[in-house]
Design a protein around this ligand. Structure first.
Ligand code: DGL
Length: 281
């Protein structure tokens, strides 16, 4: 039997949990012929409040699981992991790894009219200054405001995307932006695209004008497309196969996962492919 060619290998995507499905959905939409393997480390979520060393240790295990699934590249959908830097995640092997920070920073600089940029993220992402550094590589003197928004992740997981409490939390978090010159806001966390509505409304009320709100998902999908095309690794045949793995509580994929995945593609997550991955501690 002939071995399938390298283009048949899947795009591996991982996140601390199910939020990275927002990125996986954008990739599936943009590159519908590609095989996709998703891993959500639901046993260890959240990463955003952990130390950099722990985040990197978990991330390496995720990469090594995806490698065992025959992937041609790995997309780190998690902002918190991407913010710690991607060097070392593949253990020195040639597996290409694409993170969300640079594509997100690029999307923000492209959307901005020269005003300052605000980054909303987990405490770990904000502490790392990864978005600030990536923006400054593209626009060296740009003012960047960073706001850690730790309560947004549990609110989204709870499904409180249109809730008064979430609106109040958003008001509190975004209040420091009043009077600033920002014209662009980065949703620097996998979960925040689900709060786009409440964040946009709060920004309008806080600033008295509308600003561009960008997230990394579609920018990452375009980065992946460009990489595969340059490397000659595009799969062009029928619709790709999609497989989903979690490290704990697969039932939650049905409950929470569809929020992140379903809307974008107008299709339900297929539970057939959900499996549990157990890492030795
Ligand atoms: N996936 C994480 C991120 O994008 C958010 C959830 C967590 O804290 O693990 O930063």
């Amino acid at each position: 039997m002939t071995e399938p060619g390298p283009a048949e290998a899947a795009i591996g995507v991982f996140d601390s949990g199910l939020g990275g499905l927002t990125v996986a959905a954008a990739i599936a939409q943009t590159l519908s012929s590609e095989n996709l393997v998703y891993l959500g480390d639901t046993a260890r979520v959240p990463y955003g409040t952990r130390s950099p060393a722990t985040v990197v240790r978990y991330a390496r295990k995720n990469v090594s699981f995806l490698r065992s699934q025959r992937v041609k590249l790995v997309v780190v959908a998690c902002n918190t992991v991407s913010a710690q830097g991607l060097g070392g995640l593949a253990d020195g092997s040639p597996l290409p790894i694409i993170g969300v920070i640079r594509p997100g920073a690029r999307a923000a600089v492209d959307a901005s009219q020269g005003g300052s940029i605000a980054v909303l993220g987990t405490p770990a992402t904000v502490r790392s200054n990864a978005y600030v550094n990536a923006i400054h590589e593209l626009a060296p003197r740009r003012t960047v405001h960073q706001i850690p928004c730790p309560l947004f992740v549990p609110l989204v997981e709870e499904g409180w995307v249109d809730h008064d409490v979430t609106a109040q939390v958003a008001q509190e978090y975004l209040a420091p932006l009043a009077g600033t010159e920002i014209d662009t806001v980065i949703l620097g966390c996998t979960h925040y695209p689900l709060l786009r509505g409440v964040i946009e409304r709060t920004l309008l009320a806080t600033l008295g004008r509308s600003v561009a709100v960008v997230d990394s998902a579609s920018a990452v999908a375009e980065t992946v497309r460009g990489f595969l095309s340059t490397a000659g690794l595009e799969r062009t045949s029928s619709r790709g196969e999609r497989r989903f793995f979690v490290t704990d509580a697969p039932d939650r994929v049905g409950e929470v996962g569809d929020r992140f995945w379903g809307d974008a593609l107008g299709e339900k997550l297929s539970l057939d492919h959900v499996d549990i991955v157990d890492f030795p501690s």
